[in-house]
Design a binder for this molecule. Structure first.
Ligand SMILES: CC(=O)/C=C/C=C(C)/C=C/C1=C(C)CCCC1(C)C
Ligand SMILES: CC(/C=C/C=O)=C\C=C\C=O
Ligand SMILES: [Fe+2]
Length: 558
C-alpha cells in the first residue's frame, strides 16, 4: 500500500489497556486508556500498546513533517498522520451531562512533498473530534478528502486555487486555461478547511468560502461522505464561510462580484435548495466587501460592506498580493445594511467607520421602554481597521515567534456597532469593553447559542497575553460588567473556545468551554473550562500535539 493512501484503512474496535506512562504531569490518572485493535483480516494502522508509549503506526504524512516538528511550534506544523482515534486519559472531571461530539475543523496540512504552503488558510482540512459520554473522552482526527486534497496527494502538487496557493503553471497556455476554469469555478478549491456545522436535518457539513467546498462528513468516523450540491440555480462561486445555522434554517450570504452586492439566502432542513430572502446592492466600491461572516438578530440579517473588498484582478494573479484575493479600499467606505428576514426589505443602510473583521460575535435588537426596536447592536472581533492581519497569518510569520511582541499594539477589540433604525445615515463603532482586558488582541469567538440574535452578556474568545505574535489566551468577556477573565499557559496556542450549554441551564454561562491546546513542547491536549468560573475542570492529553484549528460545532448525542 502506498504509505499515504487511505484505501487500506480497516475498521477498528477499542480494547481497554491501562496507560501507565501516559500521565507525565503530577495529576492523578483517573481513567484507563484504550487503544485500537485491528479486526481480523484488516490492515493495521493503529496497532499500539499505548498511543503514547510507542509511536502509533499509521500512514504518516511524510518525513518532511517529522523534520519540521523540531523547528516550529506544533500549532503551525502539518498534522503528522492521516488519522488517529483513541480514548484519552482524563485529568479532572468531565461533567456527566456532557454527551455528544465536539468537532473542530481547520487547515492542518501545509505542505505537499517538499513544497511548503504560504498561508495559514491554505492548509488542507484536518477535522478533529472529541466525543464525550459518561465522563469518558474519545478523540480522533482525520483529513477531509476534498477533491483538492486528493488531487494534491495523487499528483504531488497543488492542483486547485487555494486561499493563496495556485497551481504552478508549466507555461503561459496552462495559466490561461486555468483562468478560463476560474470563471466556471472548476479551478477553485473545495478544501473545506474553515468551519463545520450541524444542519437541522442532522447532516454535518464542513465549509470554506467556495460553495463547492461544502462537504458532508460523518461525525463519528470523520469520513468525507460527499459534496453538498446546492440544487437551486442561484449560481455564484463563493459564499460566507460562516452561515448562521439553527435547527430551523441555514442562512448565508452570496457575494455578487459582477453587480456588486449580496444575496441573502435561506435553506430549510432536509433540502439542498437555497431560496433568496433579498438582495443588497453595495453602496460603493467596485466589488463587495469580504463577508467571512455576518450577524443576525431575531428579525433581521445584518449585511456588512467592509472596505476590504474582493478584487477580481487579484483573483486572476498567479502570485499573491499582500492582501491576497482582496484589496483595501478606504475610499469606498464601510456600510452596514439591515434586511428584514421575513420580507427581504432593507430597513436600514448606514455608513460606519472603517473596520476589518473576520468574525461577527452576535447582534440583537435594542428596544426603547415601549418595546419599539430603535437600533441594532452588532458586535465583532474588530482589527482596528487594519487589514494587515491577513498577511500576519502567513505561516512564515506564525513560525517565527522570537519572544518579541509582534502582535500589533492595538491588534483587535470587541467592536460594537450601533445601527439606528430611525433613518439616520450613520452608525457608530466603539469598543464594547476596554481592550486591555483581553490584551488588546482578540478573535475566534463563541457565545451561548441560545443567545443567537438576542441581547447577551458573555462571549468567549482567544485573547492576548503580551509578548506574543498570535492570540495565546482564552478569554471570557463580560460585556455588561465590561470585564474579562483570562486563561493562559506559557507557550501554548489555544484554539477557539467553544461554549456548550448544560441542558436545562437558565444562566447564560452555565456550561463548559472546550478548546484544543497546542503546546510549545509539541504536545497537545483537550481542555475543558467551566463556563461560569472560567476555571479548568478537565484536561486530556492527546498522543501528539495537533496543528492550530479554526471553528467547531457541537453534535449532541440524541
Ligand atoms: C480558512 C479561512 O478562513 C478562509 C479560507 C478562504 C478561502 C479558501 C478562500 C478562497 C477563495 C478562492 C480560492 C478564490 C475566490 C476567492 C476566495 C473566496 C477568497
Ligand atoms: C485566527 C484568526 C485571527 C487571529 C488574529 O488575531 C482568524 C481566523 C480567521 C478564519 O476563520
Ligand atoms: Fe472564521
Amino acid at each position: 500500500m502506498d504509505s499515504l493512501s487511505l484505501s487500506g484503512i480497516c475498521r477498528h474496535q477499542f480494547s481497554p489497556i491501562t496507560m501507565l506512562d501516559f500521565n507525565q504531569s503530577n495529576h492523578r490518572i483517573e481513567k484507563a486508556g484504550f487503544v485500537r485493535k485491528p479486526e481480523k483480516g484488516g490492515l493495521t494502522i493503529t496497532q499500539v500498546a499505548s498511543p503514547l508509549r510507542r509511536p502509533v503506526i499509521v500512514p504518516s504524512l511524510d518525513n518532511e513533517t517529522v523534520d519540521r516538528r523540531d523547528r516550529n511550534h506544533v500549532a503551525w506544523t502539518s498534522v503528522r498522520q492521516e488519522r488517529w482515534e483513541g480514548e484519552l486519559v482524563v485529568q479532572g472531571e468531565i461533567p456527566l451531562w456532557l454527551k455528544g461530539t465536539y468537532l473542530r475543523n481547520g487547515p492542518g496540512l501545509w505542505h505537499i512533498e517538499d513544497y511548503n504552503f504560504r498561508h495559514l488558510f491554505d492548509g488542507y482540512a484536518t477535522l478533529v473530534k472529541l466525543q464525550f459520554e459518561n465522563g469518558i473522552l474519545i478523540a480522533g482526527h482525520r483529513q477531509i478528502e476534498s477533491e483538492a486534497y486528493k488531487a494534491a496527494r495523487k499528483n504531488k502538487k497543488v492542483c486547485f486555487r487555494e486561499f493563496s496557493e495556485v497551481p504552478k503553471y508549466e507555461n503561459f497556455m496552462a495559466y490561461v486555461g486555468d483562468i478560463a476554469k476560474l470563471f466556471s469555478g472548476a479551478s477553485l478549491t473545495d478544501n473545506a478547511n474553515t468551519g463545520v456545522v450541524k444542519l437541522g436535518d442532522g447532516r454535518v457539513v464542513c465549509l470554506t468560502e467556495t460553495q463547492k467546498g461544502s462537504l458532508v462528513i460523518d461525525p463519528n468516523s470523520l469520513e468525507t461522505l460527499g459534496r453538498l450540491e446546492y440544487s437551486d440555480s442561484l449560481g455564484g462561486l463563493i459564499h460566507s464561510a460562516h452561515p448562521i445555522v439553527t435547527d430551523a434554517e441555514f442562512l448565508t450570504l452570496l457575494p455578487d462580484l459582477v453587480n456588486p452586492g449580496y444575496l441573502v439566502v435561506r435553506m430549510e432542513p432536509g433540502t439542498n435548495e437555497r431560496k433568496v430572502i433579498g438582495r443588497v446592492n453595495c453602496r460603493n466600491g467596485p466589488a463587495p466587501g469580504w463577508v467571512h461572516s455576518f450577524p443576525v438578530t431575531e428579525h433581521y440579517v445584518v449585511v456588512p460592506e467592509m472596505p476590504l473588498r474582493y478584487c477580481a484582478q487579484n483573483l486572476l494573479r498567479a502570485e499573491p498580493t499582500p492582501l491576497y484575493k482582496f484589496e483595501w479600499r478606504p475610499e469606498s467606505k464601510a456600510f452596514l445594511h439591515v434586511m428584514c428576514k421575513a420580507s427581504g426589505k432593507i430597513v436600514a443602510s448606514v455608513e460606519v467607520p472603517l473596520f476589518v473583521t473576520f468574525h461577527f460575535i452576535n447582534a440583537y435588537e435594542e428596544e426603547d421602554e415601549d418595546g419599539r426596536v430603535t437600533a441594532i447592536i452588532a458586535d465583532c472581533c474588530e482589527h482596528n481597521a487594519d487589514a494587515t492581519i491577513l498577511d500576519q497569518l502567513r505561516l512564515q510569520n506564525l513560525r517565527s515567534f522570537n519572544g518579541k511582541d509582534d502582535l500589533l499594539p492595538d491588534a483587535s477589540r470587541v467592536g460594537r456597532f450601533t445601527i439606528p433604525l430611525d433613518g439616520s445615515p450613520y452608525g457608530k463603532l466603539e469598543s464594547a469593553l476596554e481592550p486591555d482586558e483581553h490584551g488588546r488582541g482578540m478573535d475566534m469567538c463563541s457565545i451561548n447559542p441560545t443567545k443567537l440574535g438576542k441581547k447577551y452578556r458573555y462571549a468567549y474568545a482567544c485573547g492576548a497575553q503580551r509578548p506574543c505574535h498570535f492570540p495565546n489566551t482564552l478569554t471570557k468577556l463580560d460585556l455588561v460588567k465590561k470585564k474579562a477573565k483570562n486563561w493562559h499557559e506559557a507557550g501554548a496556542v489555544p484554539s477557539e473556545p467553544f461554549f456548550v450549554a448544560r441542558p436545562g441551564a437558565t444562566e447564560e454561562d452555565d456550561g463548559v468551554v472546550i478548546s484544543l491546546i497546542s503546546e510549545k513542547n509539541g504536545n497537545g491536549y483537550a481542555l475543558l473550562l467551566d463556563g461560569s468560573t472560567f476555571e479548568e475542570i478537565a484536561r486530556a492529553k492527546l498522543p501528539y500535539g495537533l496543528p492550530y484549528g479554526l471553528h467547531g460545532c457541537w453534535v449532541p448525542k440524541e
